[in-house]
Design a protein around this ligand. Structure first.
Ligand code: PHE
Length: 501
């Protein structure tokens, strides 16, 4: 339909070069439809057009009655019989009702009739009903009669109404042709290959059209909680460790930490070993120191007394804890002149574990290490009291435990009001001299460390009871947008660490 209209516009232009007014050329088509076709043709540069604003007259209901039945005065005139007698006014009133008065008035004015006693009589033999004729002209010209006609009809209220209409003067455009091609919106591979692009017409880009409102970015709940932890660390003067080595050698992940090569944690069941490449070529230059301390001890230790294998140390793993990151950073720290230092990291670690509602093969660890000549177990406890207090946990207890790389080692517990029992919230300890000295840290430098998971407090904070709703491919991304911001304020901290543990 609209294609037909476009074609008729083009054909008319081809014949006449100009359409002076679409109102006359396309009298039966609404101006909106015309405009739609013209806009489309203009965008292809087939036509140019100017808008013509004009007034049209339409006949009102009273006018329609007079168009059909004659003007009131004509009807009155026709009702009066010729001759001296005429007709009584009472009879006219009875016959014509309200219009009798108006018709008689106009009849008197026109000198068609006159009063004679209680009657009216004709003054002329015949009349011309100009009102009816004018209304017929309005109808015949589609509302565009001579101004004179309009002028005279407007003298009487209620006959016609004038309103503005838009029509268009149309000329040929730069790209004029009578052919309508479907415009391409995109240049496609197929068009390039077939050469169709040469003869294609392209739809113009509308640079003024508004784009889709971009969504603001949203932090994942885990990242929100991570940010809270980061701020606490920064506030306490910690430096952030680089955690971008997700794959590391067993050397850094285990050996440098004095984890024996037969340790259960190194089991295939607990650790993901890489297959390709399965090993690294190099070990750092102090590897022999590490070998010695495992085999023979040193720094007050008798060692594990087994034959240490470089092959085992070269095996690549997905890091099983962020303490692998700490071992790199502590080794680097040992290369500088002594300075007290505090480091933290929060990132992913991987464990080959049975996956269930609260365990994943990958999760995030929050880890802190403090290196200082005066660092002691007492200072670590004092520090942990302050650190957890910043998250609202005030009641800590420590239970001795075993880690291959720390001695003493302490599990961190907090009192759970709901469960009325002590629940574990983290692990900690003083790194062993076997580890620190082989990393190169000088005698007298003590390093304390602690770690906890990021998922557990996040799950509790956001009321997530299945970890797979928080991490992994089953995460509903909509959740990222709808979750509220998280603050580890004091009250919340208590909830986070004392709920469900
Ligand atoms: N690496 C330990 C873990 O995986 C946490 C820890 C870090 C313990 C530092 C002591 C010192 O749980």
């Amino acid at each position: 339909m609209s294609e037909d209209l476009k074609l008729s516009i083009l054909n008319k232009l081809a014949a006449d070069s100009l359409i002076p007014d679409t109102k006359t050329a396309f009298a039966n088509v609404s101006s909106e439809t015309i405009l739609g076709a013209l806009k489309s043709l203009e965008s292809q540069e087939k036509v140019t057009y100017e808008t013509i604003t004009s007034e049209v007259s339409s006949i009102e209901p009273e006018g329609l009655d007079q168009l059909k039945n004659g003007s009131y005065e004509a009807r009155i005139f026709n009702a009066i019989p010729a001759g001296e007698q005429g007709i009584s006014i009472a009879e006219l009133n009875a016959k014509f009702g309200k219009m009798a008065n108006l018709g008689m008035g106009k009849g008197f004015q026109n000198k068609w009739i006159k009063k004679s006693g209680a009657n009216v009589v004709r003054l002329v033999d015949s009349i011309v009903d100009q009102i009816k004729a004018d209304l017929q002209t309005v109808e015949a010209t589609g509302g565009n009669p001579d101004v004179e006609v309009i002028k005279s009809l407007k003298k009487r209220a209620g006959l016609i109404k004038q309103s503005k209409t838009l029509s268009y003067k149309v000329s040929k455009g730069a790209n004029f042709s009578t052919e309508l091609k479907k415009q391409a919106t995109d240049l496609t591979v197929e068009m390039l290959q077939s050469g169709a692009w040469k003869s294609s017409e392209f739809k113009k880009f509308n640079f003024d059209s508004l784009g889709i409102n971009p969504n603001g970015g949203h932090l994942h709940p885990l990242m929100k909680v991570r940010e809270e932890f980061r701020q606490i660390f920064f506030e306490m003067g910690f430096e952030e460790m680089p955690t971008n080595n997700f794959v590391d050698s067993s050397f850094w992940n285990f050996d440098a930490l004095f984890v024996p090569q037969q340790h259960a944690a190194r089991d295939l069941q607990d650790t993901f070993y890489l297959i390709n490449p399965a090993t690294t070529d190099e070990l750092p230059d102090f590897w022999e120191t590490v070998k010695d301390v495992h085999e023979k001890g040193g720094y007050g230790s008798i060692g594990y007394r087994y034959t240490w294998s470089t092959e085992e140390a070269k095996r690549l793993v997905l890091r099983t804890h962020t303490t692998a990151v700490s071992s790199h950073v502590l080794h680097k720290l040992a290369q500088e002149p002594y300075r007290p230092a505090k480091f933290f990291s929060i990132d992913r670690v991987y464990r080959n574990e049975e996956v269930d509602a609260t365990h994943l093969a990958e999760f995030h660890q929050v880890e802190g290490v403090i290196a200082d000549k005066n660092m002691s177990l007492g200072s670590l406890i004092a520090f942990l009291d302050i650190f957890f207090k910043k998250m609202g946990i005030t009641n800590l207890r420590f239970k001795p435990t075993y880690n291959p790389y720390t001695e003493p080692s302490m599990e961190i517990f907090s009192w759970h009001d709901g469960f009325k029992k002590w629940v574990e919230i983290g692990n900690s300890g003083m790194f062993r001299p076997e580890m620190l000295r082989s990393l190169g840290l000088e005698e007298g430098v003590q390093v304390a460390g602690f770690g906890l998971s990021l998922e557990r407090p996040t799950m509790i904070k956001y009321g997530v009871d299945n970890i797979r709703a928080l991490v992994g491919h089953k995460v509903d991304l909509g959740m990222v947008q709808t979750n509220p911001a998280c603050r580890l304020d004091k009250k919340m901290g208590k909830e986070v660490f004392q709920n469900k543990m």
